[in-house]
Write a protein that binds this ligand. Structure first.
Ligand code: AMP
Ligand code: MG
Length: 503
């Protein structure tokens, strides 16, 4: 099967004003090139909320005259799009990996929205000069996972790159087995990673290395972090901003049971967004040592290690930004807030998960006590917290719904006694607390088995489950009683799903 040639005719296009400020950085930062066409593209799914935020009309993907299917499968470009692959480097699994870059992603351009600038990027649109040994493609399976993962995280209120749509093609792609190709369109204020800074820092020996590093930092400050400009050292302020945002992000990941899976420095966003959904996962049974990435044999990126790994990655960023700092101390000082922001954000999110409206001295013990029991009894993370929302402080109840989650019921009863006392001490009202808890403890998360079912059907040519699942995940805190099967315990076979770096 050969790919159809890229259409060069100027297409009718939606009335969008494309900007290309990243492109203006110059060709040290990227290679301009066109996507490679695929045969017989088809729509898999479209995110309506994401499209709306870009200012696209509801029918944008269906309008024949706009050829959106061609554009978002990499077969054509709308006027004003200026595709390019950016170069970055990074540390992978703790080791310097040298030059990486957008091996299969293409930046298309930038739109101005009421929420600020949004860049669009194709992923899986063919080889680029940074593809190394890769084929430049992404398989349907991993593209659906990235699409659903990004939109689910956004609906959970967690900073993330977004996904506008996924398209599929019968083009064969060889992984462990032969699969088929897909293209995800990602959306973010910026796709700049820690690894972009590392890249230009490691080139300081070359003629204008330092200049490129500074220009990259200036670009981020001018377009995405303008409040840093007035600081004594704007670059130190940018580093501190990234440290603070990363701390907040990690607290959100931990509180919802999200495991990223590949927290390499090239997968860390300078804006503190969740980026690069590969072998990620949401916890089923609570296991602090859970490793979601089958390729991560040492468990470097295990759930409980994520906050420390993020701090390690921030040190790699600080190291890269050293040439922009007065001295080492200035760089280290910029990272310092991570040590307080993360634990504070974590404590505050855990208090909210327990429905505690005030701060109390014994809260850490109470929270850790619950998590210890949950780990011992391998309680389902999301279901346990959701059921805790129904906890009653009435004297005559045994709170069976949540109690049934535990094997060691006596241990739970002892904990529940402390919890009840703590709630009564702050005058907590059951109904109000329940409402507040249901706004932070999602009923619906993207468990591996849910994605797996949607992927299985998609591979057989039926994309309707992807769409249905997307709809459920767009309202993760709502009861949606007619969709309750999506909030069930994972089936036994879910334990055997293996998600690896292969994508
Ligand atoms: P990841 O582990 O997915 O973050 O990817 C690390 C690097 O490998 C990035 O520079 C990717 O662009 C590149 N890469 C991964 N898979 C492919 C592929 N199939 N083709 C080209 N480049 C790839
Ligand atoms: Mg990556």
């Amino acid at each position: 099967m050969s790919a159809v040639p890229l259409s060069t005719a100027a297409l009718q296009a939606p009335p969008l004003q494309w900007h290309n400020r990243f492109a203006a950085l110059g060709n040290r930062f990227y290679t301009a090139l066109s996507p490679l066409a695929v045969p017989d593209p088809a729509w898999v799914a479209v995110s309506e909320p994401c499209a709306r935020e870009l200012g696209l009309s509801d029918d944008w993907w269906q309008r024949e005259d706009w050829h959106a299917l061609e554009v978002f499968s990499g077969n054509a470009l709308w006027p004003g799009m200026q595709p390019l692959a950016s170069v970055y480097s990074g540390h992978q699994f703790g080791v310097w990996a040298g030059q990486l870059g957008d091996g299969r992603a293409l930046w298309l351009g930038e739109l101005e929205t009421p929420d600020g600038p949004r860049e669009l990027q194709l992923k899986g649109s063919g080889r680029t000069p940074y593809a190394r040994m890769g084929d430049g493609r992404a398989v349907l399976r991993s593209s659906i996972r990235e699409f659903l993962g990004s939109e689910a995280m956004h609906a959970l209120g967690i900073p993330t790159t977004r996904a506008l749509c996924v398209t599929a093609s019968p083009l064969p792609v060889r992984r462990e087995q032969v699969e088929t190709a897909a293209v995800v369109t990602r959306v973010a204020p910026s796709f700049i990673r820690f690894g972009h800074f590392e890249h230009f820092s490691h080139q300081l020996g070359s003629d204008d290395g330092h200049d490129a590093l500074r220009r990259l930092a200036d670009f981020v400050i001018d377009h995405h972090a303008s409040e840093c400009r007035d600081a004594a050292n704007p670059y130190a302020a940018l580093l501190e901003r990234t440290a603070r945002r990363t701390a907040e992000l990690l607290a959100q990941w931990q509180a919802v049971g999200f495991c990223h899976g590949v927290m390499n420095t090239d997968n860390m966003s300078i804006l503190g967004l969740t980026i690069d959904y590969g072998p990620y996962g949401f916890l089923d049974a609570f296991d602090p040592g859970h490793i979601c990435n089958h390729s991560d044999e040492q468990g470097r990126y295990a759930y409980a290690r994520q906050p420390n790994i993020a701090f390690w990655n921030l040190h790699a960023l600080a190291q890269a930004m050293l040439p922009l700092m007065r001295d080492d101390e200035e760089a280290l000082a910029a990272l310092e807030p991570y040590k307080t922001v993360f634990p504070q954000a974590m404590a505050s999110r855990m208090r909210a998960k327990l429905g505690l409206a005030t701060e109390g001295d014994g809260d850490t013990g109470l929270i850790d006590g619950l998590l210890t029991l949950m780990a011992q009894d391998q309680c389902d993370f999301s279901i346990t917290f959701r059921r805790l929302g129904d906890f009653s402080t009435a004297a005559d109840t045994d709170n069976r719904k949540v109690r049934d989650m535990f094997i060691d019921r006596e241990a739970f009863d002892a904990w529940a006694l402390r919890y009840r006392e703590r709630l009564l001490a702050e005058g907590s009202v059951d109904a109000q607390r329940r409402l507040a808890m249901n706004r932070v403890n999602p009923k619906y998360v993207l468990r591996n088995h849910l994605a797996e079912v949607a992927i299985r059907e998609a591979r057989a040519g039926d994309y309707s489950e992807v769409q249905r699942l997307l709809k459920v995940l767009q309202q993760p805190f709502d009861e949606q009683p007619e969709r309750s099967v999506y909030a069930d315990f994972p089936p036994d076979w879910a334990q055997h799903i293996e998600v690896s770096c292969s994508s």
